[in-house]
Design a protein around this ligand. Structure first.
Ligand SMILES: [Zn+2]
Length: 282
């Protein structure tokens, strides 16, 4: 238990960010977030909440509740459009809109970012420059495995300072992976935590500890809600409901066990050594 791993939540509503951005927030959004906050409080663990601007605008009270519970609030952007579908200028606007909104709402500086669907990859070489340019000091959006929809194969596994193409500097904290039989296996959160048995997750985090490497875990409030997908029967296809709902029942318990077996905290603390050397060098 000598490594401080990063616990992170993308604070968004499942239906709004996955199916229809123009939809109202579901009533479940606040209830699920509260469930999560209760579970973290019972375990005595703090986390980073990457808040989606669109959700914060419609539910400012829950963002303040997250802040007041002692968690770190950072940005998940405004509109949940994948970065590789935006132009550089659109990304710039999205970041500033979310940062301004969240700073007004929390009274705190916003300097960390998580992209929707880990959409920072080889298609967005300008992304780190735009992030640094808009006042972000760290990012946690790289999925260091080549997946079907996202990811960068062979990206370094440990947090690092990125020297951007235009000469800026920013800390990148990639999502946790497990190295097994010469391959990288996704274990860092969401669907992967829902589907793997606990012993695989425990072995993965033990491996990171042996390598003295902090691992970033990510999740969403809706993963604490096993009944949600049933309520969209008739509105959302069965394949999506099955895929998105699988393993939700056991999810909170797995996260709680990980937080008991390993030391987790907000990313601003996990990344302290890198953030400090960034400040010294700039
Ligand atoms: Zn998201």
């Amino acid at each position: 238990m000598n490594v401080l791993h990063g616990l992170s939540i993308d604070l968004e509503d499942w239906y709004q960010s996955t199916i229809d951005p123009s939809a109202e927030l579901s009533a479940r959004f606040e209830a699920n977030t509260e469930k999560m906050l209760e579970s973290f409080a019972a375990r005595g663990v703090r986390a980073t909440f990457f808040v989606l601007g669109l959700a914060a605008e419609k539910s400012p009270g829950i963002v303040r509740a997250v802040r007041d519970a002692g968690h770190e609030v950072q940005s998940h952007g405004y509109g949940h459009v994948e970065v590789f579908h935006l132009t550089r200028e659109q990304f710039h606007q999205d970041l500033l809109r979310a940062k301004g909104l969240l700073e007004d709402l929390t009274g705190r500086e916003i300097f960390g970012y998580r992209a929707p669907s880990f959409s920072l990859d080889h298609r967005t070489p300008w992304a780190w420059d735009v992030l640094a340019e808009t006042g972000h000091r760290y990012d946690s959006s790289v999925f260091p495995i080549e997946m079907r929809r996202y990811g960068i194969a062979d990206y370094p596994l440990e947090p690092r300072i990125v020297d951007t193409p235009e000469g800026r500097r920013i800390v990148e904290a990639p999502i946790a992976v497990f190295q097994f039989m010469g391959r990288r296996v996704p274990v860092g959160g969401g669907g992967y935590v829902r589907l793997w048995p606990y012993w695989i997750l425990r072995n993965a985090w033990r491996q990171m500890e042996r390598a003295n490497r902090p691992g970033v875990l990510y999740m969403h409030p809706y993963e604490y809600d096993p009944g949600e997908l049933k309520s969209y029967r008739g509105q959302v296809g069965w394949k999506t409901r099955l895929h998105q709902g699988l393993g939700r029942k056991k999810f909170p318990r797995k996260v709680d066990r990980l937080c008991g077996d390993f030391h987790f905290g907000p990313l601003c603390e996990t990344l302290m050594p890198w953030l400090e050397s960034l400040t010294i060098s700039t």
